[in-house]
Design a protein around this ligand. Structure first.
Ligand code: HMG
Ligand code: MG
Length: 316
């Protein structure tokens, strides 16, 4: 056992950059550019990638090309693609596009639920159940997201009792994994410990994932608490792309490179090549047209620039 307690030896990284990241960008990327980014993530060894959303194109126009994107993505048995599916219409689209996994999503707070999907929490639970049932009948796996678990942009801090109430309502919908979302990146480690402990009384810990946003710099601290409590799946986004358009201030998922750097440093395997992840992050920056917030990415690119300028100085 390490000084930090019993830690997993392997962690699964669930990449959300192409979905959670790109849904939040004002500029929509061309389908071919999204495909290039996803191919770079696969080249880095990523195996689980949320590539888009089958939501209303009026609500999220940036991801309205989900069908077109899935047509051009490489088909590989060792990589699983997934997408958000809010209702039966979305499920029909996802299934026709050949997806083998659907991600349903709902919030634990009423105001975020209304803003995000125009439904009350009870209506959202019913929709998730209906989509999950249809997806399983179509041979798809079902992942479920819970948003605003740590805090809500409209209602503030969320009591863990509220989280437990909603988890109890969705735990039997047929999900293989429940991803707990710190939608606005407001969580602190003690709160994370309490949430993970309470949720793990309702479903096995190997079915719990953490979806942390790094808005206030606490995502890795919360991930470490998750690791110590047995969580082995973490959602992250290349370069720290991301947020939620209906959660003001929710900028930036936990950056994949930051997570992978920490895990590898702790001797925890991910199957991902960090150097190639940096290349994917660099491509993401180039496509988005701005510097991304991922700290490892900026450190690696800064170091490379320093080495290049030293080499130029020697050559002169
Ligand atoms: P609505 O307007 O209430 O829906 O939206 P509606 O059922 O009344 O339909 C309105 C129109 O949308 C109709 O078209 C439907 O056919 C169409 P019209 O007849 O007017 O021409 N429509 C669709 N079109 C394509 N695909 C569909 C679909 N559904 C309806 N699936 C709805 C309700 C849920 C559709 C809408 O609110 C929506 O799409 N919301 C998605 C918002 C979203 O994607 N938010 C971001 C993702 S959540 C997140 O980021 C959090 C997460 O990362 C975890 C965390 O951080 O916490 C997951
Ligand atoms: Mg998110």
């Amino acid at each position: 056992m390490s000084l930090l307690g019993r830690l997993p030896t392997h962690v699964e990284v669930y990449e959300v950059g192409p979905r959670d990241g790109l849904q939040n960008e004002l500029r929509s990327l061309a389908t071919a550019d999204k495909a290039r980014l996803i191919e770079a993530l696969i080249a880095a060894g990523e195996k689980r990638i949320e590539v888009s959303s089958f939501v209303s194109p009026r609500w999220i126009p940036q991801l309205s090309d989900a069908e077109k994107l899935l047509q051009v993505l490489p088909k590989r048995d060792d990589v699983s693609f997934t997408a958000l599916v809010p209702n039966l219409k979305g499920l029909e689209r996802a299934s026709a596009a050949g997806l083998k996994e659907a991600a349903v999503f709902l919030s634990v707070t009423e105001s975020h639920s209304k803003k995000n999907i125009n439904k009350s929490v009870a209506e959202a639970v019913a929709a998730a159940r209906e989509v999950a049932q249809g997806a399983r009948a179509a041979g798809m796996r079902v992942r479920c997201y819970l948003s605003t678990v740590w805090g809500c942009p409209y209602e503030g801090l969320v009591p863990v009792t509220r989280v437990v109430e909603v988890v109890k309502q969705i735990v039997d919908i047929g999900l293989y994994q429940l991803s707990l979302g710190d939608t606005i990146g407001i969580g602190t480690p003690n709160q994370t410990a309490e949430i993970v402990q309470e949720v793990s009384k309702l479903l096995p810990i190997d079915q719990v994932a953490l979806h942390l946003h790094d808005t206030r710099g606490t995502a890795l601290a919360n991930a470490l608490v998750g690791l110590q409590l047995g969580v082995t799946t973490f959602d992250s986004s290349i370069g720290g792309l991301g947020g939620c358009p209906y959660a003001p201030g929710a900028a930036g998922n936990l950056a994949t490179e930051d997570l992978v750097f920490m895990l590898h440093g702790m001797g925890i395997q991910t199957g991902i090549d960090l150097q190639k992840l940096v290349e994917a992050g660099e491509l993401a920056q180039e496509l988005i047209g701005r510097k991304l917030s991922g700290k490892y990415l900026q450190a690696a690119l800064g170091e490379r620039e320093k080495q290049a300028s030293r080499a130029r100085a020697v050559a002169e």
